[in-house]
Design a protein. Structure first.
Lengths: 190, 190
DNA sequence: ACATTAAAGTATCGAGTCGAAACTAAATCG
DNA sequence: CGATTTAGTTTCGACTCGATACTTTAATGT
């Protein structure tokens, strides 16, 4: 009946949320800005952000409009698809992220004993994965841990995404991707 | 620059948040309802809820009004202080909490290996405590772990709150309290 | 005692969030 | 080439939240 751990997650998130009215931005704007920083080039679109946040495209469109108006994000046209928009962090946006209010939580995490930190990371990752599996959500995991990631494809473009058949730099491979799918597990008969 | 763990907490909270539009209630209403269930008699007031959630009294007053209007919570007058309101869960409120959308996360947590679960709980508790310490917030911890908790005070009223000089039942001692203060650590000279 | 101050809670307003639905424009499918 | 799908925007209405002003009751100070 008492649900201690879910309550802890909820309260931690609320602390961040309450902090996130600072710096001239609002909580959802901070979330969007963080996403744009971390998303790879297949994922830096309003649509992918909507999937990530679990919001409708219309809502996200509003948030982006505000961030673009403040000069923190740029809406660049896309060559391949003239409907699509590529979201890019501006220099000002990058500067703003240095005062990200979530940093206070990150500082507290960094101050924890390494054992606590590692076990917490593993447990939270497992939990998130399980919850997303239940609802068929996308994990938005790190590129290099994807089943379609091919290391050292050729010189010049070190790695490869075998799903989209695109070259990947080392930086690319540390970003999150909407297409990311974990390494296949041993198939079972279910 | 990449902040993995804080991002995980944020995303987990967002999943719960996105789920919390169900059951005819809104996210903040679910949070308030959960609080009323878990708060002891020194903490079941709009003011304490505002402190817990980090919101203003006015905001909380609105949420309570809605919950009372739906018949999930009762605003009982207080004998000792005629300004104060005591929030009580109604039978309907208790019934509603059985469909709490946060339960899905709790189910996933319960399905984790026991080791993951225990270490996660410890780490999250430490993290929350550190963050609250930084901002001078109240921990709202469990009554029985409070420095003012006296076990087995006398027969009939098994325990005692030595801060408020009030008797505490066994049930009381498992609820959260706005006055809760952790057991004093061994004093150091800092 | 009695005026002052503090505290618990409410009411109102404005900026912002969010989902739903209608819409535009571009790409894809058949 | 026409029909459908997809990326994204706009508009609307219900709701959240902080700020502020307010009422009622309790505590405090002289």
């Amino acid at each position: 009946m008492v649900t201690p751990i879910s309550t802890l997650v909820e309260r931690l998130a609320r602390l961040v949320q309450n902090d996130s009215h600072t710096g001239g931005l609002l909580p959802s704007q901070w979330e969007a800005l963080r996403y744009v920083e971390r998303a790879n080039r297949f994922s830096s679109s309003p649509g992918a952000l909507a999937v990530y946040l679990g919001l409708t495209k219309g809502t996200v469109s509003q948030t982006i409009k505000v961030l673009a108006g403040k000069g923190l994000v740029r809406k660049a046209p896309t060559l391949a698809d003239r409907r699509a928009v590529k979201l890019e962090l501006t220099a000002k946006g990058r500067e703003t992220l240095k005062n990200d209010p979530i940093q206070e939580m990150q500082d507290c995490i960094d101050a924890l004993p390494a054992g606590d930190r590692n076990s917490m990371e593993t447990a939270l990752e497992n939990l998130l994965r399980d919850m997303l599996k239940n609802r068929l959500g996308r994990p938005f995991g790190i590129c290099r841990s994807c089943r379609y990631f091919r290391r050292d494809h050729e010189t010049g473009a070190p790695h490869l995404c075998s799903l989209l058949d695109e070259p990947l730099s080392n930086d690319d491979s540390n970003l999150i991707c909407i297409e990311q799918t974990e390494e296949a597990e041993h198939p079972d008969s279910s």
